[in-house]
Design a protein around this ligand. Structure first.
Ligand SMILES: CC(=O)SCCNC(=O)CCNC(=O)[C@H](O)C(C)(C)COP(=O)(O)OP(=O)(O)OC[C@H]1O[C@@H](n2cnc3c(N)ncnc32)[C@H](O)[C@@H]1OP(=O)(O)O
Ligand SMILES: O=C([O-])CC(=O)C(=O)O
Length: 391
């Protein structure tokens, strides 16, 4: 919209307000295609379920940033950068240690990214710090390498355990689990975790990605965009729902308690976390793949009771409301079975989504326009400030 087409507040024109920007196409993207009609999700043209079945997460990170799957040399190069940044640095550890152990892990992670970002661009003006898309991708690869140690250390700190140093012989997913638990993870767990990372990596103009693009559009830098995106993802209507799913399961207790619990929840108009989606109205394209990964974990850990609760809530809620699970529904219990603490689930989402966010930051930088929508004013008409005598 050019300045001349902006409706004047006095003209009587009433521009349509799309609450929540629902249905608004805000820009183009070549990174992912979310298609609710075919219930599909493509990353740079590749079906996400095929990537999850065949690729290590590092290769998908490369794909999102560069547009194609990496050659063997490119993958080795990214892995070298990722490994170089795996260890928790002293400044980040000191910043985390300043926070109470009762701080939410998303707040820890947000703080850590702030510290890393300040270090990355120290000495640069704000304009210099913004950088170009290539430098943004380079910084993003370093950040991608650094985040697992923050998540792992946070959980260990809350459990009163010592830091575990990274291992160079493990890939991203296996090393993430190693640093968190200090034991060699079973292949079935690594595989489920790797799939979850790939499924969580990217989803077009969701709220946190759009937040990152808004920040980028002012010519701010990639770490500032990621800090803001972490704030957006924390909310239970978005990434925070994976934690909320597990809280719901804990509240319900067992499969046979589902109908009564749901009667009460719906009577009090509660939102059932892990269900519903702004774009998908007939089911989330990623759920079957994540549910299959969850099934392997249920089998591995012998937790048929959890699977029964999962199935019972899904069946009952879909039958009553016709609203389907989103990705947070299977990933919450999957992370629970892996022994992550519930508040750590959304930071795991961040460790994955940082790849998508930063790919969008680079895309926004390459064809930038300041993001600044309009609002329709509904407050009082112009009035006079009372004089001292009148007030
Ligand atoms: C990875 C992700 O970020 S996926 C999303 C994770 N978030 C959640 O799981 C939170 C629970 N879900 C929700 O709150 C919603 O479904 C959202 C926010 C994800 C999508 O919301 P919107 O597209 O804005 O739809 P909206 O919230 O208006 O829902 C439409 C109707 O369905 C109902 N509805 C939607 N989801 C749910 C739910 N999970 N539980 C109960 N009712 C629901 C709404 O109450 C509303 O009913 P109404 O028309 O009678 O008022
Ligand atoms: O697309 C959305 O609105 C939310 C979502 O599923 C995601 O970010 O993965």
């Amino acid at each position: 919209m050019t300045a001349s087409t902006i409706p004047s507040p006095d003209s009587g024109d009433q521009p349509e307000v799309r609450k929540g920007l629902a249905g608004v196409v805000a820009d183009v993207t070549a990174i992912s295609k979310v298609d609710p009609e075919t219930n599909s999700l493509l990353y740079r043209g590749y079906p996400v379920q095929d990537l999850a079945a065949t690729q290590p997460f590092e290769a998908v990170a490369w794909l999102l940033w560069h547009g194609d799957l990496p050659t063997a040399d490119e993958l080795a190069g990214l892995r070298a950068v990722e490994r170089e940044h795996r260890a928790l640095t002293d400044d980040v550890r000191a910043a985390i240690d300043l926070l109470p152990t009762s701080a939410h892990p998303m707040d820890e992670l947000r703080t850590a990214v702030s510290v890393i970002g300040a270090r990355e661009v120290a000495g640069l003006s704000a304009l210099e710090a913004a950088a170009d898309p290539d430098e943004t991708v380079a910084r993003s690869a370093r950040l991608f390498g650094a985040l697992p140690a923050v998540v792992a250390y946070g959980q260990r700190r809350r459990r009163g355990l010592e830091l575990v140093e990274p291992r160079d012989d493990l890939d991203f997913s296996a090393n993430f689990l190693w640093m968190t638990f200090g034991t060699e993870p079973a292949p079935v767990v690594v595989d489920a975790f790797n799939r979850s990372m790939i499924l969580y990596a990217e989803h077009s103009f969701n709220a946190s990605t759009f937040t990152a693009r808004v920040v980028t559009s002012t010519l701010s830098d990639v770490h500032s965009a990621v800090v803001a995106a972490i704030g957006a993802l924390k909310g239970p209507l978005h990434g925070g729902a994976n934690e909320a799913v597990m809280d719901t399961f804990a509240e319900i207790g067992s499969a046979d308690a589902v109908p009564g619990w749901l009667d009460d929840a719906l009577a009090s108009k509660r939102k059932i976390m892990g269900f519903g989606h702004r774009v998908y109205k007939r089911g989330d394209s990623r759920v079957p793949t994540m549910k299959a990964a969850l099934d392997t974990l249920v089998e591995h850990y012998g937790r048929a009771d959890l699977a029964a609760l999962y199935d019972a809530l899904e069946a009952e809620f879909v039958e009553r409301k016709g609203i389907y699970p989103n990705l947070d529904y299977p990933s919450g219990p999957a992370y629970h079975l892996m022994d992550f603490d519930t508040p750590t689930f959304t930071p795991l989402f961040v460790a994955a989504r940082v790849t998508g966010w930063t790919a969008h930051v680079a895309e926004q930088q390459a064809a930038n326009a300041l993001i600044r929508p309009l609002s329709r004013y509904v407050g009082p008409e112009r009035r006079e400030v009372p004089t001292a005598a009148e007030s």
